[in-house]
Design a protein around this ligand. Structure first.
Ligand code: ZN
Ligand code: MN
Length: 143
């Protein structure tokens, strides 16, 4: 994670972006999160140590990281967008429809499916979005 942090900071500096403690805090929350936080989730966590941080700072940092291709944005039409700063490339997600938790499942076979698609359709695949919806074990216990 330290390596990824250094890499992100280097990239931001290269592009002429200012590195502020608030920005570093946003990056840290993104890298420490395994649950795909929303902008609001990130904001709440950053505020603990940097109470003067504005929501705009979080939005701005998110948008810069997206531009740099260092952040995966999961868009939802009826819910807040969620972010993955650890794996900024397309990968499958498993979403709990009750508590909205999102995890990265270890899924073999995706390379085979992609190859099959390419050979069947002749498409050059650029990206994908693969989401599974269900009820997580914790929410199943709770009912
Ligand atoms: Zn759940
Ligand atoms: Mn993910």
């Amino acid at each position: 994670m330290q390596d990824r942090m250094e890499r992100l900071l280097d990239k931001l500096r290269e592009q002429g972006h200012r590195i502020t403690p608030q920005r570093i805090a946003v990056l840290r929350v993104l890298l420490e999160s395994r649950d795909h936080p929303s902008v609001e989730d990130i904001f709440e966590k950053v505020k603990v140590n940097f109470p003067t941080t504005s929501l705009a700072t979080v939005y701005k940092t998110i948008s810069v990281l997206k531009e740099l291709g260092e952040l995966l944005e999961l868009e939802f039409s009826n819910d807040h967008n969620r972010y993955d700063g650890n794996k900024p490339y397309p990968h499958p997600h498993l979403i709990c429809t009750r508590c909205k938790k999102i995890v990265d499942p270890e899924l073999g076979g995706l390379t085979d499916i992609t190859r099959e698609l390419v050979s069947d359709t002749g498409y050059k695949i650029l990206s994908h979005r693969l989401e599974f919806y269900g009820i997580c074990p914790e929410c199943q216990e709770r009912r």
